[in-house]
Design a binder for this molecule. Sequence first.
Ligand SMILES: [Zn+2]
Ligand SMILES: [Zn+2]
Ligand SMILES: [Zn+2]
Length: 508
Amino acid sequence: MSENCLTLLVVSDLHHMGLARQTAQAQQMRGELAQTLLKKVFLRLRHMGITPDATLVLGDLVEDGADRNASLDLVSLHGELLRSGIPYLVVPGNHDGDPVAFSALFGSEPGLHKIGGYGFVLFNDVYSESHECVRAAEDLAALKKCAEEQPDMPLIAVQHPPIYPAIDSHYPYRPTNAAEIIDAYQKTGVILSLSGHYHKGQKARVHERILYHTVPALCEPPFRFSLIRLADSRVEIEELSLGLQVPNIIDVHCHTEHAYCGTTVDTAPCVALSQALGVTTLCITEHAFQLYFDKPCAMSFRWQADPAMAKAVWETPGRGRMAAYRQFSEKLRSPFVKIGLELDLFNDGHLLLAPEDLDDDWDIFIGAVHAIQGYVPGQTSQQEAERLFLRDVERLLEHDIDVLAHPFRFFKRNRLKVPSHLFATLAGLLADSGVAAEINFHTYQPETPFIRQCAEKGVKIALASDAHDLAEAGEFWPHVNALRQAGITPKMFPETLFTFQGTVAAPS
Ligand SMILES: [Zn+2]
Ligand SMILES: [Zn+2]
Ligand SMILES: [Zn+2]
C-alpha cells in the first residue's frame, strides 16, 4: 500500500505594514519587511530544491486590520502566495480585521479542506477587545462532524492561537477553553495542531498522541518558518530561518535602482533587509557599463568594440549616470555599506572606466565577463569560446579588481558546456593575481569542484547575492551550503572568505 505523503510550508505572524499607516511596532518586529520576507521563504525553498504541496499561513498577516489600506496590504500578500504557484490555506489572526472578509479575500473559508489525503480543519477564532478568544462551540461541533464523515482521514487543526502547552504570561495567548479544545482534538483523532500568535513559537510537543506546534513569527529575528513532512500519521518538523546562522558574511556584490537588468532591488530596502538578516557588510556594486550608456547601447555591448562611444560619454559632465551614481552611493557609505562597481572590458582588454572614475574613492571593484565581442552564439566553437573567455579573464586580472564575478556563468548564459577542465587553470590565475573567486547564485549554480580548487590554491572566496530582485538580498543559505559541499565548514570561513583587511581598490 502506498504511503500518504505531504510537505507543508508553514509561516505565521507577518505583521505586514505596506500601504497601511506605520504604527509603532515593538522594536524587534519588522513588519515593514514582511512581504519580502515571505517572498524570500519561497526563494529559500527553491534553493533547497523543495516544492511544498501547500503553504499554511497562521494569521496576523497585517499589523493593523482596521487601517484603510489593510485590505490592499492583504492583497499584496495574497499576490505573493499566488506568485509562488503553491496551493495555500490561510487563517486570520487577531490583527487581521474582519475574519469573514479576510477568508473571502484568500478564498480560504473556515472548516475542512482536503489536500493529498489529509483533512485540514481551519478555525477562524474571534478575539474580544481584551485580546481573549474562545473557540466557538459550533466550530468544535463542526470538527466532530468532520471526523465522523471522514473516519479514515488524518486531520490537522489549523488556527491562530496556541493550544498546547500552557504559556506563562499575563497576556491571554491561548483560547480560554483550550482544555475543551484539546479534549475535542483527542476525541476526533486530530494528529497535528498548528498555531501561531506566540511570536517566540513553541517547539513541537506530543500530548496524548497529538503533536502541537506553534510556529514562530516570520517578522522577528531570526525570521523563522517551518517545513512539515507528513507520511501517513507520522509528522516531521524542520525549523528554518531566513536570518544568517553564520557571522562575518560580506555581500560583495549587489545592484541598485540604477541597473537596467534590476527588477525590484531598490537600495534602501536592500540595506535594511541585509542588515536585519545579519549580513556584516553590504557592497553596492553597480554595472559601470549600464551607468555610462543608455539602455539599448549598454545591453547591446556594441561599446566593447567602439571606444569612441565611451569617449563621447566620458566628455560629458555627468558621464551618463556615473556621476549621479557616485553621489547616490556616497551618501549610503557607512560602516555597513561599502561602494564599488562591477566592471567589464573593452574588446582590446582595457577596463571600461573613465579617467575621472579611476580614483581611489571606491571600496571594491568586481570584474566580470558578461559578453565577448568575438563570440557569436551558435557559430563560435566551444573550444574558441574557452580561449576567448580565458583571454578576457587574464586581461581582467591584470587590472586591480578585488573579485572575479560569477566565474563560469558566461558559458551557461551562452548555452555552452561549463569547461570543468579549466577549473584548475582559473583557480591558478586567481591565486597568482590575488583576486577572490565569487560564489553567486543569481540565475546560476556555482560549481563545487571549482570552489574546492580555489580553496586548495588559497584563493579567497567572496560571497555575493548579486541581488537584482530584492528577495535575493541577504540570502546566503545556498552559499554556505555550497561551501560545505566543497568541504569548507563555517569554522574555516575566517581563513577562506574574502575580507576587506589589506585590500584597497586602486585600479591600474
Ligand atoms: Zn496574534
Ligand atoms: Zn555580473
Ligand atoms: Zn552583478
